[in-house]
Design a binder for this molecule. Sequence first.
Ligand code: HEC
Ligand code: HEC
Length: 264
Amino acid sequence: MRRTIVVVALLMTAGGARAAAAQPRATPPARRAAASPSSDASAGRQIFDAQCAWCHGNEGDGGTGPNLHGRLRHATTLASIVDIVTSGIPGTDMPSFRSPLTERSIRQTAAYVQSLSRASARPSRGNVEHGTALYEQNGCASCHVIDGRGGILGPELTSIGSRRGAAHLREAIVRPAASHPPGYLVVRAAPASGPEVRGIRVNEDVFWIHIRDASGAVHTLQKSDLKSLDREIDASLMPSYASRLNDPDLDDLVAYLSTLRGTR
Ligand code: HEC
Ligand code: HEC
């Protein structure tokens, strides 16, 4: 009983002094139940703006992280959204918020995300058919797999439309070095004897490093045999298409990539 009153008092503080003054001291439980989902979502919006918008976009319309409007891929219920925000999605850029946020803040943020997912996704501008042709013409498939077809130097794009927003996709094509998906760090290793190896770090431990070069070959190097090992944070093996594709072409290519929502 005592606990209930404390909770009610806290809710009333959050709701503002005017509401508190107008309410009788013991708020009926019905009011709390009715108030919670929408007030959770509005508190959640503020947390979203501070913690999530830099990846998911100001309106949740996508960036490094996916557009959260419309049907979500992993997060189908409130409980599953809470799970994802609590634990993150391992192997992706989606971090765990277990330590920066309290359980209550996570629930509020999840309620806001759920309200976004109920809004229908806005159609992207751009011509998907022309985007598909551009993808073929520009040799993207030599480095990227879609539905089992293509080269493996770059990340698989089969589900890229459900993992990244339009803004990030555009940036990735124009300025590939601006950000890297997990696991795409470029390194340069100089063995004591033999030619230098530059490529994507596939794997590394205390003793060994595995590097995939631009031709796709994987080199296994013992670290104690290296003269130097440099991490090129600002480099990418993907060429920039800034000078090859104009703005309408980029819209079309991004529209095509956004339709790729298959399972990985
Ligand atoms: C550093 C960037 C980043 C931040 C910060 C971030 N996310 Fe994400 N989020 C991602 C990425 C990337 C994915 C997609 C992962 C994948 O499936 O490859 C994702 C996926 C998700 C999903 C699953 C979407 C689906 O289709 O099922 C939800 C829900 C989500 N994020 C919510 C949040 C919330 C809420 C916050 C803030 C508390 C947040 N994210 C903060 C990058 C981020
Ligand atoms: C020579 C190989 C190569 C070619 C050709 C290439 N890419 Fe890439 N791509 C990569 C690599 C490697 C990455 C990893 C990111 C990095 O290093 O910045 C990448 C990253 C990406 C990403 C970001 C993926 C993510 O999860 O953030 C997108 C989108 C993408 N490429 C689309 C394209 C499109 C569209 C084309 C054709 C116009 C193309 N790529 C051509 C190698 C290539």
